[in-house]
Ligand binder design. Structure first.
Ligand SMILES: N[C@@H](CCC(=O)N[C@@H](CS)C(=O)NCC(=O)O)C(=O)O
Length: 261
């Protein structure tokens, strides 16, 4: 009979991480803990994890505050949802320090450290987090992974547009409407009942959309696109989102060059 032996180490942890470790049978161990133990057993070990290091954009409006990079928020959301401890290094992107350029030669955030290597790009970081810390799983099935993925580029097109009749607003409305239909059928999240990686990528972009279009164009998602509105409301109020979101002033400041340019 398979018996799971749970060893609970009570360390002084802020964020214990449960790891399932499989070990081969040891006759001595079997004799000590009992005859009912089978060939392999899972030891659920709550153990300390050193905080992950992640470089993110610093606020341009408020000292020592997280800035407005949606790719950084995506990575932080993934760490939060996986209950991983992390240390944020805030980087002033308008005056990139030398130590940052050493670890991120392209000068982009986010970058996260895994096994002594600094890894750039939120796609790669999110994938690495999933592989290294599979529990809880946040995988979005491949056939759903690109749902809503054109919303961000159409939002930027509309935000930058100076000609109200150039079709950029309609292009955004089309993308939002098709996402609305998808969520109505398959929601409340992209992969159904539970939040997954695709939501954690899309939600920070929708947050930027809401703030930037509200500010620069006095525009908001129409009430008729109601499933998207509730999707946004739900994700924006998640504890992980509230903890990792930038302040609206930073989002507004971040988009200003694109709007003015
Ligand atoms: N594809 C990258 C995009 C990262 C990116 O564009 N980050 C911006 C901030 S939101 C950046 O670091 N910009 C600095 C620069 O280009 O100088 C990802 O997903 O991580």
């Amino acid at each position: 009979m398979a018996t799971a032996v749970a060893l609970s180490f009570s360390l002084s942890l802020k964020h214990p991480v449960a790891l399932g470790i499989r070990i081969p049978q040891s006759p001595a161990l079997c004799r000590r803990i009992g005859p009912r133990i089978s060939t392999f057993r899972t030891f659920a070990v709550a153990m300390a994890t050193t905080p992950l290091q992640v470089c993110v954009k610093a606020s341009v409006t408020t000292p020592n505050k997280l800035g407005d990079c949606p790719f950084c928020q995506r990575v932080l959301l993934t760490m939060e949802e996986k209950h991983l401890p992390y240390d944020m290094k805030l980087v002033d992107l308008s005056n990139k320090p030398e130590w940052f350029l050493q670890i991120s030669p392209e000068g982009k955030v986010p970058v996260a450290k895994f096994d002594e290597n600094w890894v750039p790009d939120s796609d790669v970081i999110a994938q690495t987090l999933e592989e290294k810390y599979p529990d809880p799983p946040l995988v979005t099935p491949p056939e759903k992974a690109s749902v809503g993925s054109k919303i961000f580029s159409t939002f930027i097109g509309f935000l930058k547009s100076k000609d109200p009749s150039d079709g950029t607003e309609q292009a955004l409305l089309n993308e939002l409407s098709s996402f609305n239909d998808y969520i109505k059928e398959n929601g409340p999240f992209i992969n159904g009942e539970k939040v997954s990686a695709a939501d954690l990528s899309l939600a920070p972009k929708l947050y930027h959309l809401e703030i930037a279009l509200g500010h620069y164009k006095e525009w908001s998602v129409p009430d008729t696109i109601s499933y998207v509105k509730s999707y946004m409301k739900t994700i924006f109020s998640m504890e992980s989102f509230v903890k990792t979101r930038p302040i609206p002033d930073d989002v507004i400041a971040g988009w200003r060059p694109k709007v003015m340019g």
